[in-house]
Design a protein. Structure first.
Length: 288
């Protein structure tokens, strides 16, 4: 992170010009660790993501934040093996992603995409059962273990009253909770979510984030989530990764990352930041 003036943090530390170097972090172990990562798309001369080092700490909630086009979703898809990196390595629990078989990987890591569809003519319970596919053998029917996992997922997502409803009849917020329940039924140690609160009303946003926090605190699931709202990310996440033009601008605890310089240099916003349990952002104006 480049800063023209020192920034006073809540713990009275003073920071000057620093480079992102997650490898020097000693607090948590890395659940996901990417190095020398470059990811692009056909037809583009420059990579969309160009990341020297990325650490997703084990047992924590990490939010990827940044403006539109900063590479957040592309990076998340790479961590989930939905996109192949042009250059670099990604490790899950110290093992290269390429070394996992498809079902083995699905038992270790779940991914909730931003624009997933929910088919009509299927009940909520039936759709949540689809999350059990990594644990099923060929033509294997539902087991007691499957039923228990689906019951737990539906209960955690708070959609017991929707169990028998047709998915096609649900509101957007309800469908999102059902898709989250399907991911929970997968029972992975790592869950990636791409902007799960986008287009939801405030009530459903809070429900989604509460489910994610409960999953992390009660089941010790590592969560990496792309969030559009920096204030929401600072409130719910243990760690923030701020991206700018496909590169990691800063990484750390919300009170260490969110500052007036970040709002200006990454988001193009003149804002005041006050520190407490979480940083409080007061936007003033958009910068040219």
């Amino acid at each position: 992170m480049s800063q023209t003036e020192p920034t006073t943090r809540p713990d009275d530390r003073t920071e000057t010009d620093t480079d992102y170097d997650a490898a020097t972090e000693t607090e948590p172990d890395a659940k996901l660790h990417a190095t020398d990562l470059q990811v692009g798309y056909p037809g583009l001369e420059e990579p969309v993501v160009d990341c020297d080092t990325l650490v997703i700490p084990e047992g924590e909630v990490t939010a990827l934040v940044g403006p539109n086009g900063s590479g957040k979703s592309t990076l998340l898809k790479t961590l989930a093996r939905h996109l192949d990196a042009d250059v670099g390595d990604v490790l899950l629990d110290g093992k290269d992603l390429d070394e996992f078989g498809s079902k083995e990987f699905a038992r270790e890591l779940g991914m909730l995409s931003q624009h997933g569809s929910a088919p009509d003519g299927v009940t909520v319970e039936e759709l949540v059962h689809h999350g059990r596919y990594p644990h099923k053998g060929f033509l294997e029917g539902k087991t007691e273990e499957d039923e228990d996992a689906v019951d737990r997922a539906i209960d955690l997502a708070g959609i017991e009253d929707l169990r028998e409803d047709d998915v096609g009849s649900l509101s957007g917020g309800q469908r999102q909770l059902v898709r989250i329940a399907m991911s929970l039924a997968q029972e992975t140690d790592t869950l990636l979510l791409d902007e799960p609160t986008t287009y939801l009303d405030l009530r459903h946003q809070m429900r989604v984030m509460d489910v994610i926090r409960t999953l992390n605190e009660e089941r010790d699931v590592t969560v990496c989530i792309v969030l559009h709202d920096l204030t929401q990310a600072a409130r719910f996440a243990d760690y923030l990764v701020a991206l700018r033009d496909g590169e990691v601008y800063d990484w750390g605890r919300p009170n260490d990352v969110v500052c007036e310089e970040l709002l200006a240099e990454v988001f193009g916003v003149d804002a005041a930041v006050e520190y407490g349990t979480e940083p409080v952002i007061t936007p003033k104006r958009a910068l040219d």
